[in-house]
Design a protein around this ligand. Structure first.
Ligand SMILES: Cc1cc2nc3c(=O)[nH]c(=O)nc-3n(C[C@H](O)[C@H](O)[C@H](O)COP(=O)(O)OP(=O)(O)OC[C@H]3O[C@@H](n4cnc5c(N)ncnc54)[C@H](O)[C@@H]3O)c2cc1C
Length: 312
C-alpha cells in the first residue's frame, strides 16, 4: 500500500469519527469513505466525499419535495429510462470527490476530462516522493502491429529484463539528480541556495506519481468511465476507471447497472450498419462492398455484432 503509517492512522481516525446527518447516505459508500484502494504499484483512489444516491436522481427528475420515491422498482425503472433516453441532468445531481494518486503520464490523459474540478499536489511548493510507476512484467508489452495506439504481445526474457532495467535506472538517476539540484547542503558542511523546486521538477520522468483531489458529477463521471473503462483505453488509466466502477456500483447501484447496460456494454451502429443488419436479419447477403462501410468500419461492425459472419 502506497501510504505511510501516519497517513493510515489519519484515515483510521477519520473513519472512527461518525457524525449524524439528515442527508442521504449510502451504506456501501460509507464503507468506502477515506479508505485507499490500491491501483498500479504506488497509486490509489479513495472516496473523500459524495452527495446523493439513486433516490436523489429520481427526486431531481420528478422535482420532488420529499424522497420522490414511489417504490424501489419505480426508481429503477425511471433511472433506466433516463439513461436510455439521454436525459442526463438528473444524474448531475450526484457528486463524487476522490483523492487519486497516479503517474504523471496517466494524469495527462485524465486531465483532458474538463468537466471535473481538480486540485493537484504542488511540486512548486512540496518535494515529490521517490515513487515511479514500473510496469509489472505482464504489462510490459510490445508496440501493437495492428493498432498504432495500442500494445501487442508481452515482452519476455532478456528483452523484458533490459526494458525494466532502463526504466528503473533512469527513474533512480533522475530522482537522485532532482534531490541533488534542490539540496541546500553544499560541500564540506557549507550551505548553498539549491535550485527552486518548480524548476528542478522539469527533469523528472512522466512515470513519477502525482496526486489530486478530483470532484465530478455522476453524469460526467459516467462519460469518463465510458471512455476510460473501455477496452481501447490505455491499461494504466483503465485500471483506475475499473476501481472507480466498483465504487460507483456500491454508491448508485441502479444508475450503475443502467450505465453498464446502456453505455458500457452498448454499441453505437451507424445508419449504414443498421441497414446492413436489417438486410442480414431478412436473410440477405451483405458484404463490406455492398454495405457502404469502409474496411475499418466493417471490422468494427463485425466486432459489434459479436463476430457473427456478416456474409450469412
Ligand atoms: C481511446 C482514446 C484516445 C485518445 N487519443 C487522443 C489523442 O491522440 N490526442 C488527444 O489530444 N486526445 C486524445 N484523447 C482525448 C479525447 O480527445 C478527449 O479529450 C478526452 O477523452 C476527454 O473527453 P471529453 O472532451 O468528451 O470530456 P470532458 O472534457 O469531460 O467533456 C465532456 C463533454 O462536455 C462537452 N465539453 C466540455 N468542454 C467543452 C468545450 N470547451 N467545448 C464544447 N464542449 C465541451 C463535450 O460534449 C464533451 O464531450 C483520447 C481519448 C481516448 C478515450
Amino acid at each position: 500500500m502506497p501510504l505511510t503509517q501516519d497517513q493510515l492512522d489519519e484515515i483510521t481516525q477519520l473513519r472512527g469519527t461518525a457524525r449524524e446527518t439528515l442527508r442521504a447516505t449510502v451504506p456501501g459508500m460509507e464503507a468506502h469513505l477515506y479508505t485507499a484502494h490500491s491501483v498500479l504499484d504506488h497509486g490509489f483512489i479513495r472516496v473523500i466525499d459524495y452527495m446523493g444516491d439513486d433516490a436523489a436522481i429520481c427526486q431531481a427528475a420528478r422535482v420532488s419535495y420529499g424522497k420522490g420515491t414511489k417504490s424501489v422498482q419505480n426508481d429503477e425503472g425511471l433511472i433506466r429510462y433516463l439513461m436510455r433516453h439521454w436525459h442526463s441532468t438528473p444524474f448531475e445531481m450526484c457528486e463524487l470527490k476522490l483523492h487519486v494518486k497516479l503517474p504523471v503520464f496517466v494524469a495527462r490523459q485524465w486531465i483532458r476530462h474538463r468537466t471535473a474540478n481538480v486540485n493537484e499536489y504542488s511540486a512548486r511548493y512540496s518535494i515529490l516522493d521517490r515513487e515511479f510507476y514500473i510496469p509489472a512484467p505482464d504489462d510490459l508489452a510490445a508496440q501493437s502491429v495492428i493498432n498504432n495506439q495500442g500494445r501487442g504481445d508481452v515482452l519476455e526474457g532478456e528483452e523484458a529484463a533490459r526494458v525494466l532495467e532502463i526504466l528503473k535506472s533512469d527513474s533512480t538517476r533522475a530522482y537522485d539528480n532532482y534531490e541533488a539540484m534542490i539540496s541546500q547542503d553544499g560541500p564540506n558542511g557549507t550551505q548553498q541556495a539549491g535550485l527552486a523546486r518548480e524548476l528542478a521538477r522539469m527533469n523528472l520522468p512522466a512515470n513519477i506519481y502525482t496526486q489530486w483531489y478530483w470532484k465530478v458529477d455522476l453524469h460526467n463521471l459516467f462519460h469518463f468511465l465510458r471512455l476510460r473503462a473501455d477496452a481501447h483505453a490505455q491499461y494504466e488509466i483503465r485500471v483506475y476507471a475499473e476501481a472507480m466502477c466498483k465504487v460507483v456500483a456500491d454508491w448508485v447501484p441502479f444508475a450503475y447497472k443502467a450505465f453498464e447496460d446502456y453505455r458500457l456494454g452498448a454499441v453505437i451502429l451507424s445508419a449504414q450498419m443498421v441497414d446492413g443488419l436489417r438486410r442480414m436479419l431478412a436473410g440477405g447477403e451483405v458484404t463490406q462492398e455492398t454495405s457502404g462501410l469502409s474496411a475499418r468500419e466493417w471490422r468494427e461492425f463485425e466486432g459489434a455484432i459479436g463476430g457473427a459472419s456478416a456474409e450469412n
